[in-house]
Design a binder for this molecule. Structure first.
Ligand SMILES: Nc1ncnc2c1ncn2[C@@H]1O[C@H](COP(=O)(O)OP(=O)(O)O)[C@@H](O)[C@H]1O
Ligand SMILES: [Mg+2]
Length: 234
């Protein structure tokens, strides 16, 4: 038990009787980057939503830094150090980059270092006064990351941040994520791009139909019979 920053145990979440999560376990250490992979619809985003408090689990337990947060509302979870990015970024489009970040900071732990370093850490300094709706897709994704970082998270879920980015944008994001983990943040990276994960993660958890079917190094995952079946067998 000791040592994990995030521990998810036996989480079940149903929608109208359909079990989107069927007893998921996931543990992440401080400073670790864990990849969360699996076919579309296997429950990755639902897990992010349950851990960040958007959905209540039907069963199971979620602990952050040793504290049971299973029944804690979302805004309190942010204060305790959990945050996430969205598969589709959700900035406030009429506000500037700086205003978006300040608003997130306000609802987070109000850590001044987090606020002052975030533009540089996400390479958005030059867009500080731009209205969010004017940003490129890649910049909007980085703004979503910046808003999460402004709350000074201990655990950060990144949901398909890489989708649609060019190779150089991807490598920039990978560098950013490594730097974030180096500051001690426990990172869970949801991603389909295996090359991206290979460069980032120490281990991956593979989900299928709401349950983890593999946990270990990505190199081993791609040789695992069940993983191959899920990805290729259909
Ligand atoms: N709010 C919801 N209401 C009903 N069904 C949902 C809801 N959210 C997710 N689901 C269903 O749960 C399953 C898992 O979805 P999701 O977690 O988004 O998958 P992934 O992110 O792995 O592609 C899908 O079958 C999806 O349709
Ligand atoms: Mg998803």
């Amino acid at each position: 038990m000791a040592g994990y920053m995030l521990e998810v145990e036996g989480v079940v979440k149903s929608f109208d009787g359909f079990k989107a999560l069927n007893g998921v376990n996931l543990s992440v250490e401080k400073g670790e980057i864990v990849g969360l992979v699996g076919p579309n619809g296997c429950g990755k985003t639902t897990l992010v939503n349950v851990v960040s408090g958007i959905y209540r689990p039907d069963m199971g337990k979620i602990c952050l830094d040793g504290k049971d947060i299973t029944h804690m509302p979302t805004h309190k979870r942010v204060l305790h150090g959990i945050n996430r990015t969205f598969q589709v970024p959700k900035p406030l489009s009429d506000m500037t980059v700086e205003e978006n970040i300040d608003l997130a900071w306000h609802f987070g732990g109000k850590d001044n270092l987090a606020r002052s370093s975030v533009l540089e850490r996400t390479n958005l300094s030059e867009t500080k006064y731009k209205v969010a709706s004017m940003l490129t897709a890649a910049q909007q994704k980085r703004l979503d990351l910046a808003r999460a970082l402004a709350t000074n998270p201990k655990v950060l879920f990144v949901d398909e941040l890489g989708a649609g980015l060019s190779p150089s944008e991807l490598s920039d994001i990978a560098t950013m994520l490594k730097e974030i983990a180096d500051t001690g943040v426990a990172l869970v990276v949801v991603e389909h791009l295996l090359g991206f994960l290979e460069s980032l993660t120490s281990r991956v958890v593979v989900l299928d139909a709401g349950k983890e079917i593999f946990e270990g190094r990505l190199k081993e995952a791609v040789k695992d019979e069940r993983v191959i079946e899920v990805f290729l067998g259909g």
